[in-house]
Ligand binder design. Structure first.
Ligand code: SF4
Ligand code: SF4
Length: 184
């Protein structure tokens, strides 16, 4: 008698626990990929990433740079006949990759995300020069893109000092509550 191969659903369950999305609702129509502005740069396109998660191919998804190239523009979600939110799936995959110590293939994107959030937590809005400095320290690429940044600085496009929003305590409360929820 022929044996039926079993699919490992552990990774799909992990994604569902993290973001609530059920990847098994996807039936591979590819509408997400056809509308994605960064699919051309991804080794594995959004529909292929979903399929890999369905099949339990955790290493393939978490080691590749494709999940890091999603811009969270939500075009894929708007087109999906199953209302599957790929942005949440990609976010969940990135969170799991960092939590479980996978090497981040595009460290600049992880550095941008964490630096952006820490500045919003501190000032309630973005502080461009601080953002650039934080990313450079985290990626240890001090001189990279300097030629692009300096003209912007001299044209006054970056404010020299940070500005706080008025009700900064409300912003910090949101961050505190989110961290508490994450620890539960
Ligand atoms: S659009 Fe939705 S159903 Fe179609 S392949 Fe993408 S995720 Fe799957
Ligand atoms: S949210 Fe991400 S995967 Fe979806 S269309 Fe935009 S860039 Fe592509």
């Amino acid at each position: 008698m022929r044996e039926i191969a079993k699919i490992d659903t552990t990774f799909a369950e992990q994604i569902k626990n993290e973001c609530g999305e059920n990847v098994y609702s996807c039936y591979q129509c590819k509408k997400c990929t056809l509308g994605c502005p960064t699919a051309y740069a991804m080794r594995y396109k959004p529909h292929q990433l979903i399929e890999a998660i369905q099949l339990g191919q955790k290493d393939l998804v978490l080691k590749d740079q494709s999940i890091w190239l999603c811009l969270s523009c939500q075009t894929c979600m708007a087109r999906c006949p199953q209302n599957l939110d790929f942005v949440k799936v990609a976010d969940a995959a990135r969170i799991i990759a960092q939590r479980e110590g996978f090497k981040i293939p595009v460290p600049e994107i992880a550095a941008f995300n964490s630096s952006f959030l820490s500045l919003v937590e501190r000032f309630g809005r973005i502080y461009e020069i601080g953002l650039v400095m934080l990313i450079k320290l985290k990626t240890k690429q001090i001189m990279k893109d300097m030629a692009m940044g300096l003209p912007l600085f001299f044209k006054g496009k970056f404010s020299f000092l940070p500005h706080k929003v008025e009700n900064i305590s409300a912003v910090r409360r949101i961050f505190r509550n989110t961290k508490e929820l994450e620890q539960k």
